[in-house]
Design a protein around this ligand. Structure first.
Ligand code: BG6
Length: 299
């Protein structure tokens, strides 16, 4: 039984719905503790900054803002599959959720925070896709001194379904050459640059000297991005995979929506359930995954 409200919620004073880049509707939040912009297209968090702080998320100057196209930067939601679809090579990479308009179903000030809620359900287009199942997805974005994301997926089909999901977070960093990601020490990973090769975990934090595309499985660990100026901690629940990605020079140049030389200023640390950690949901069952970002000055 769906519980999704059908009308646009009454917006508090700190929340405005307006046309964003390319005319795509955007929810602008100017809360006491933080500000953010979220496109209905993909329920895509495009920016977030704690009050008085610098922007935390990276957005490509070359991003497209067009219906049917993924935004390059911020936080795309990958769902219900991750990467290319295994059964249909023509299906959009990372699933349909990031290229579909979500419904804004709630907006409220809670203390100093602002809480936005978005919903997505199956439609004729999703039912004709490579993943045709009835479902509900509810996404809650809490904008404050931290950014908290909560994605709950419910299986509305009469059979069990399997989903992959990722909060594909792009973080702004000073320089990838001087950036580390701690918290994944000792965790084995699939190295996608080397053709999804199983690779033993390293005793050191991740550092970057070339294209990096790794799927860490079976880890619920908090990761900390340190670029020498600030630390961004990514704390998560209901997520057993973490993906770390930087395209480096050639792959970035090959992407039409990735501005020239921008790859040095970003790193993706993605809160996920992908590959071996895909989730199987019985009829009526739900799963919730959360991620929370906290920024502190570097030591
Ligand atoms: O270009 P897309 O579809 O947004 O994907 C970007 C990257 O997303 C990462 O999550 C994947 O691990 C990479 O393999 C991929 O290249």
């Amino acid at each position: 039984m769906s519980t999704i409200p059908t009308a646009l919620p009454v917006l508090p004073a700190s929340v405005h719905l307006a046309p964003g880049v390319g005319g795509l509707p955007i929810v602008r939040v100017t809360g006491r503790a933080g500000s953010a912009e979220v496109y209905l297209h993909g329920a895509h968090v495009a920016s977030w900054a704690p009050a008085g702080g610098a922007p935390v998320l990276w957005m490509s100057a070359g991003s497209r803002f067009t219906p049917g196209t993924a935004i390059r930067g911020g936080i795309p939601i990958c769902f219900p599959w991750f990467g290319p679809n295994a059964a249909d090579a023509t299906a959009p990479a990372h699933g349909f959720a990031r290229v579909t308009e979500w419904q804004l179903s709630g907006a409220a000030e809670v203390g100093d925070d602002v809480v936005l809620t978005f919903h997505l359900t199956d439609s004729p287009a999703t039912r004709a896709s490579a993943w045709p199942h009835p479902f509900e997805a509810r996404y809650t974005v809490t904008v404050g001194a931290t950014l908290r994301l909560e994605l709950t997926v419910t299986n509305r089909d009469t059979v069990a379904v399997t989903v992959e999901e990722a909060l594909h977070s792009y973080f702004a960093i000073d320089d990838i050459h001087r950036t580390t990601v701690a918290g994944l020490e000792g965790v084995p990973f699939l190295d996608k640059v080397a053709g999804a090769t199983p690779t033993p975990g390293s005793p050191e934090p991740v550092s970057f000297t070339a294209e990096t595309d790794r799927v860490y499985s079976g880890t619920t660990a908090t990761t900390t991005i340190d670029d020498g100026a600030r630390r961004i901690a990514v704390t998560k629940t209901g997520s057993d995979s973490t993906v770390v990605w930087n395209p480096w020079i050639d792959k970035a140049a090959a992407m039409a929506d990735f501005g020239s030389q921008e790859w040095t200023g970003m790193v993706c640390v993605e809160t996920c359930n992908v590959g071996a950690d895909a989730i199987t949901l019985d009829p009526g069952a739900s799963h919730t995954m959360t991620a929370e970002f906290t920024v502190t000055p570097a030591a």
